[in-house]
Design a protein. Structure first.
Ligand code: SF4
Length: 67
């Protein structure tokens, strides 16, 4: 079964909240005003792709894992 790794360059997150709005099942805002993924390894890419595609500073990547 496929698995995906969610990678975020959090240092460059501007806290716009788009990822949370588009994918609240796996993204949330932290107290410092930046977003984080709830899970970094997921079995289905789901809305994480939407979050990655719409991050205005392109700090989210979704990578298919080989194993
Ligand atoms: S969409 Fe990108 S910049 Fe905006 S909160 Fe999410 S990770 Fe940060």
């Amino acid at each position: 079964m496929a698995r995906f790794r969610i990678v975020q360059n959090r240092k460059k997150c501007i806290g716009c909240g788009f990822c949370v709005a588009l994918c609240h099942t796996n993204w949330y805002m932290e107290k410092d005003g930046k977003a984080s993924p709830k899970k970094r390894i997921v079995r289905a890419i789901g809305c994480n792709k939407l979050a990655a595609d719409n991050c205005p500073v392109q700090v989210i990547s979704v990578i298919r894992m080989l194993k």
